[in-house]
Design a protein around this ligand. Structure first.
Ligand SMILES: Nc1ncnc2c1ncn2[C@@H]1O[C@H](COP(=O)(O)OP(=O)(O)O)[C@@H](O)[C@H]1O
Ligand code: SF4
Ligand SMILES: [Mg+2]
Length: 326
């Protein structure tokens, strides 16, 4: 905890991630350096979008925060929720935290829901598990109110997951994640399986819920254009590193990092019509084994120099790039 100008200790951020590094087991005993020193913060009532193409390290970041990394992963750095260190917790230590203080909406709703249980029963589970209602009837009433809030009626609440549409299932998952009133919600690509209209609806619902509940939101997406105007701040991830971070409006009006500029240039424009010229990013995010020691974006960057391939630029709180000054 740091001291303010008045001498009082400043409250820690709701979520603080410092120099988060993750290694995964690879073939033949190799260790793959997947997250390479990530810094993030989320305050209460704040929406931070973590944006990057597939393979950038977004899901691993969420799993590291939730203490759910795959078997054999090694993690270093500092992750704290309200000042409480998370990386050193064992499963007992997570009790009362995971699902209660920090909850996650996973990418694919059908696999995240139990196919054999009605939706309302699944929303009741965390309420009962964390002792948030005195009895079954009260837990059911709380679950029904939450399902109503996310836009599901009584019939849909009493249905099995396969009886709902993709958008309804995603709403059910959001209700489940919110059931224990978490302080921090992590939503990993919550709209990927939905059509364009439903994507906007779900993102708007998340925005309203953050405002109503004062929780923090870490919204993970590959879609900068869709997400950007619905969050407060944006962190751009590539090759397990934050490339650029800032207030959403500033970052969109003046994207500085070559990767952010490329992502922004690749977006489809409203009113651009079928014939609009897109500027797709060349190539893909390299596989972990192919990422060298330098700047992870060097193999695709139009500004790359010889230095970029061998020497990784450090992140100064705004940018990580040798060629663009903060
Ligand atoms: N269990 C795993 N074993 C090996 N590599 C993995 C595993 N999970 C993810 N990776 C690799 O780590 C990198 C980041 O993955 P991920 O966090 O899932 O990316 P994103 O969510 O941004 O698409 C990718 O190169 C991916 O192939
Ligand atoms: S450090 Fe070099 S390769 Fe990386 S983004 Fe900047 S100019 Fe491009
Ligand atoms: Mg992912």
């Amino acid at each position: 905890m740091s001291a303010t100008a008045t001498g009082r200790a400043a409250a820690p951020p709701l979520l603080e991630v410092r120099d988060l590094q993750v290694w995964l087991p690879g073939r033949g005993g190799a260790r793959l350096h997947a997250l390479r020193g990530l810094d993030l913060t989320v305050e209460r009532g704040e929406r931070l979008a973590l944006i990057g193409e597939s393979g950038s390290g977004k899901t691993l970041t969420a799993l590291a925060i939730m203490g759910l990394l795959p078997e054999g992963a090694e993690v270093r750095g500092h992750v704290a929720l309200d000042g409480r260190a998370l990386l050193t917790l064992d499963e007992d230590g997570w009790c009362g935290l995971r699902g209660r203080r920090v909850a996650m909406v996973f990418q694919e709703p059908l696999t995240a829901l139990n196919p054999l249980q009605r939706v309302v029963a699944q929303v009741m589970e965390p309420i009962r598990l964390h002792g948030l209602a005195p009895d079954r009837d009260a837990a059911r009433a709380r679950a029904m109110a939450l399902l109503d809030r996310v836009g599901l009626d009584e019939r849909q609440a009493s249905a099995y997951p396969h009886e709902l549409s993709g958008g309804q299932r995603q709403r059910a998952l959001i209700a489940m994640a919110l059931a224990a009133a978490p302080d921090l919600l992590i939503a990993d690509e919550p709209t990927t399986a939905l059509d364009a209209r439903l994507r906007v609806q779900v993102l708007d619902l998340l925005r309203e819920l953050v405002a109503e509940r004062g929780m923090g939101l870490l919204l993970i997406s590959h879609d900068l254009a869709l997400t950007a105007r619905r969050v407060d701040r944006i962190a751009i991830l590539y090759g397990g590193r934050v490339m650029e971070q800032g207030a959403a409006s500033a970052l969109l009006d003046h994207p500085r990092h070559p990767y952010t500029q490329a992502l922004w240039a690749a977006r489809p424009r409203l009113g651009g019509g079928r014939d609009q010229t897109l500027h797709p990013l060349r190539g893909n995010v390299p596989a972990l084994a192919q990422l060298g020691d330098g700047c992870p974006f060097s193999s695709r960057c139009p500004l790359a120099t010889a230095r970029c391939a061998v020497d990784p630029p450090s992140f100064d709180g705004r940018l990580a790039c040798w060629e663009v000054a903060s």
